[in-house]
Write a new protein. Structure first.
Length: 553
């Protein structure tokens, strides 16, 4: 008898339906030995995790409303096996996750190819100074920041499946138009437009992915999502090496770089209209009449996500946000530590990364060498990104995993500041490569902010607010290396100070969230069963305000 028919027979007899042990119990105690051990699970055993839907009181408190687009697939008695779940997750990875990575590849290609253009006399051809370049980056980040919330408002109303491809199509037109740049004004104008049209893309896609993945799965998927950054850097370096040799009259190679890569993004943007279904139960379309998932797969998708986080049914995926919702979420002081970390965590490593190709050129390397010598740091960054993401999932400590970046960067920044004009170029290259190959913990913090938001409404807005702080941090570090600080002695000292401060902020964040959780545990444990039931039935608290909500840290 299979698991489905077995569950149905137990239900008919009035017996409790079988549930799986918690995931942490299945994989065993945390230890260094267990970090690399593959834990065997009976694939035909029940995978359904326990949740609030198994208690009649909390079932009604968290039951999805009729307007939720997946309500017709909600079933608190649904049970499935590990074999079914693992097969389904692989299918979601192929259908949804891979294309999300392709779209991110396109975003990164268009926003970072200016770094490769820098190695081909870009600044000289447009009569720009380093400060002009800094201003262009600042305008890009400022407009990117400005567009975050408006983009989320549009996306939540029309759906990410419509808005994200539209964004990509629009910004690709601006990106390829950089072929015709002529002076400082056109450079600054295109950087501003490009940032404004790209703003909101990342929170939109993260929210979209949360429709398909559980809180445990999302951090690792986001790590692989950001792997496309590194793939873009690698592929972009090779593409630039070839494209920058293209010449036609007085048209420099950097012009063809913008044109060709912009056209590639345009193709990906148009294709995305056909490869982004609105949600798990909405994959059927006129060009895809059978859809991607069976009814059984849709039931598993919907119920496993809601069992993991019942608040994901709070809003329809075409439901807009109100001004009050935005204001309430922005005023949620419980999220402020994460916003501060969004602002500061990348500053210590940002300037060396931004100026990597220009630094290599100034060290005496050729255009081709400068582009190819970025590959070691890219490879190092890719590996450390995945290692820290898996570490965060294993030890279940966001603070511990995120601290790795600051601890990694601090001694290297101290070494970099000690260098002078007599330092061997390969020694300089080695240290800069290690700094720019830092463990990229941003995906962990994005998932962290999503988890601690506690509802779709808050998650939608907090993702934008968090990313706004991240972009503000980029604006800050884009102006740390200045033209009047030739060897960046002053700039590197600032980076060392901020890196040291970040370590303190992470430790304070740890105690902040642990303190809230302990206070709520004490209050909840003092309540009687009746008092808890009354609270769940009558409370007006929402999201992370609820007494039964616990923060990740």
């Amino acid at each position: 008898m299979d698991s489905k028919s077995s569950s149905e027979s137990l239900s008919a007899l009035g017996k409790p339906l079988p549930l799986c042990d918690s995931y942490q119990e299945l994989r065993g105690p945390r230890s260094f030995k267990n970090l690399f051990r593959r834990h065997r699970i009976d694939l035909d055993s029940i995978a359904t995790q326990s949740s609030v839907f198994d208690d009649p009181v909390t079932l009604e408190a968290y039951r999805p409303p009729p307007e939720y687009e997946n309500t017709h697939r909600f079933d608190p008695d649904a049970r499935w096996t590990w074999r079914e779940e693992k097969k389904l997750v692989r299918k979601i990875d192929v259908r949804i996750m891979i294309w999300a990575g392709v779209m991110f590849f396109a975003l990164d290609l268009d926003r970072t190819n200016i770094s490769q253009a820098n190695t081909d006399n870009f600044l000289k051809d447009l009569h720009l100074t380093t400060n002009d370049f800094n201003l262009g980056n600042t305008l890009y980040r400022l407009s990117f920041l400005m567009a975050e919330l408006p983009s989320q408002l549009v996306s939540k109303r029309v759906g990410p499946d419509v808005w994200v491809p539209t964004q990509m199509t629009l910004w690709s037109v601006v990106a390829l138009s950089q072929y015709w740049l002529s002076d400082r004004k056109s450079f600054l104008a295109t950087r501003f437009l490009l940032g404004f049209l790209e703003g909101g893309f990342i929170p939109d896609v993260v929210l979209y992915l949360s429709y398909f993945y559980t809180k445990r799965e999302l951090p690792i998927r986001l790590a692989w999502f950001w792997v496309s950054n590194y793939i873009t850097a690698m592929v972009g370096a090779f593409m630039a090496t070839g494209i920058l040799y293209l010449r036609s009259g007085n048209r420099a190679g950097w012009r063809y770089l913008f044109l060709i890569e912009g056209l590639l993004t345009l193709v990906i943007g148009v294709t995305s209209y056909f490869l982004m279904p609105p949600g798990p139960t909405q994959t059927k379309a006129w060009f895809r009449p059978k859809g991607w998932f069976t009814e059984r797969e849709e039931i598993i998708m919907v119920n496993r996500v809601l069992r993991d986080d019942p608040t994901k049914s709070d809003m329809h995926n075409r439901e807009g946000l109100t001004i009050k919702m935005i204001w309430d979420t922005v005023c949620d002081w419980r999220m402020w530590p994460l916003y501060v970390l969004g602002l500061t965590h990348m500053i210590p490593v940002g300037p060396p990364q931004t100026y990597l190709t220009l630094t290599l050129t100034n060290l005496g390397f050729s255009t081709t060498q400068s582009n190819l010598l970025t590959l070691p740091s890219t490879t190092c960054g890719l590996l450390t990104l995945l290692l820290t993401s898996y570490l965060a999932e294993f030890v279940q400590s966001r603070v511990g995993a995120c601290l790795v970046l600051q601890i990694w960067a601090l001694p290297l920044l101290i070494a970099l500041r000690s260098f002078g004009s007599s330092t061997d170029q390969w020694v300089y290259f080695a240290v800069v490569t290690l700094i720019t190959g830092f463990p990229y913990v941003h995906p962990i913090q994005v998932a962290w902010a999503s988890t601690n938001s506690g509802s779709v409404r808050a998650r939608t807005i907090s993702a934008s607010v968090y990313n706004m702080f991240v972009q503000a941090g980029v604006i800050v570090y884009a102006n740390i290396y200045r033209a009047d600080d030739a060897v960046n002695k002053r700039g590197n000292l600032v980076l060392i100070i901020i890196c040291s401060a970040n370590i303190v902020i992470y430790i304070l964040t740890f105690f902040f969230y642990r303190g809230i959780n302990r206070y709520r545990d004490q209050r909840w444990n003092r309540m009687t069963v009746t008092e808890r039931e009354t609270y769940l039935e009558r409370t007006e608290d929402q999201g992370n305000e609820r007494l039964d909500f616990r923060f990740a840290y």
